[in-house]
Structures are given as structure tokens and as C-alpha cells.
Design a protein around this ligand. Structure first.
Ligand code: AR6
Length: 173
């Protein structure tokens, strides 16, 4: 796991500033924008992003779609839709893991080497932050073990608590 650990980093800050090949957006099924990180990404990318999203016909929970990054430093945005937390017995953990897995699969298909994730579902969608961090780190680590073409994954935490949760999970790898 040591190689995988070296390919994962935790950042606290604003994902729209990340100069990586792709940033991941925690979108909703319409892909037509919203609040939280979705709103921040659309605001920073400019109107071209929404225009391209209109052509995508939405996205299902756990799936991922890709667009250009427009005015963002990142040339691509991978849009994924996290599950809404409904108590934990409605397949939420599997759906959240799918978000990470399918986003990385898409990055691989586009030959992208560096990807930054926000803490999907942990804002408006109410997923418990500790459980979400565990799923995020474990799913990404397992993926990186199998796919050497992705060189680095950044977990971008907006708040200190989330950053510490990621650090704790990373230490356990
Ligand atoms: N950079 C990094 N992380 C951020 C940023 C940012 N600029 N802004 C917020 N976060 P949320 P969800 C963190 O609510 O729970 C939208 O309206 C935030 O602190 O953005 O998946 C969509 O359109 C939290 O830790 O996404 C959907 O309708 C994390 O990003 C719905 O919200 C996710 O919070 C999706 O809800």
C-alpha cells in the first residue's frame, strides 16, 4: 500500500483552484447546477460549463460524466452524483463508492493522471462525514492499486474536520 499512499494527498481549500487534470463535481441528477461545490464550480468555470452540461441529459446516482473545465485551471470536470443520506440502509455506501470508482474510470479513459475530489454527499446530501471519508479513501486506494495510470488523487476538504477525517483514514491504509 505504500505506493498507493504516496499517490493520495489531502488538501484543505477550494477545489476550483486546483491545477489538476480533472476536478470532480458533486452534482445532482439534472447536472444543471446547484449550491455547494457544484455552484462554486459553475461560478468559477463560467457559462460554457452549463451549456455543455445541458447536452448531457443528466446523470444517475453513482454514475459520472465528463466536460471541459472552461475558465477553471483544470481542463476537465468530472460530474458525479452522490446518494442522498436516508439513514444508511438504502444502498448509500455502495452508491457513494460507485461515485469514486466511476469518476476514476472516466479519468483513466481520458488518460488523465491527476484528479481532485470534494467530499461527495457530505454537504446538502447529509452523508455522515466520517463514514463518507472512510468510503472515499478505501475506494480510491483500491482503485489505484489496480490502475497505475492515475498518478495522484487529491481529497479536497473544505473544512478542518473533513481534512482530519481523511488524514485518519489515510493513516490506516
Ligand atoms: N471546494 C471544495 N469543497 C467544497 C466547496 C469548494 N469550493 N464548496 C463546498 N464544498 P455539497 P453534496 C464541500 O453540498 O452533499 C448541490 O446543490 C462541502 O463543505 O456541495 O454532494 C448539488 O447541485 C461538503 O464537504 O454536495 C446537489 O444538489 C462537500 O463539498 C447537492 O448540492 C459536498 O457538499 C449535492 O450535495
Amino acid at each position: 500500500m505504500s505506493d498507493v499512499k504516496n499517490r493520495i494527498a489531502v488538501y484543505q481549500g477550494n477545489i476550483t483552484k486546483m491545477g489538476v487534470d480533472a476536478i470532480v463535481n458533486a452534482a445532482n441528477t439534472s447536472l444543471l447546477g446547484g449550491g455547494g461545490v457544484d455552484g462554486a464550480i459553475h461560478a468559477a468555470a463560467g457559462p460554457g460549463l452549463l451549456e455543455e452540461c445541458r447536452e448531457l441529459n443528466g446523470c444517475q446516482v453513482g454514475q459520472a460524466k465528463i466536460t471541459a473545465g472552461y475558465d477553471l485551471p483544470a481542463p476537465y470536470v468530472i460530474h458525479t452524483v452522490g446518494p442522498i443520506w436516508r439513514g444508511g440502509d438504502k444502498g448509500e455506501s455502495r452508491k457513494l463508492a460507485c461515485c469514486y470508482y466511476n469518476s476514476l474510470k472516466l479519468a483513466h479513459e481520458y488518460q488523465l493522471a491527476t484528479v481532485a475530489f470534494p467530499a461527495i454527499s457530505t454537504g446538502v446530501y447529509g452523508y455522515p462525514k466520517d463514514q463518507a471519508a472512510a468510503i472515499a479513501v478505501k475506494t480510491v486506494a483500491a482503485y489505484l492499486e489496480e490502475d497505475k495510470s492515475i498518478l495522484k488523487v487529491y481529497f479536497v476538504a473544505f473544512d478542518k474536520e473533513t481534512e482530519q477525517l481523511y488524514q485518519k483514514e489515510l493513516a490506516q491504509l
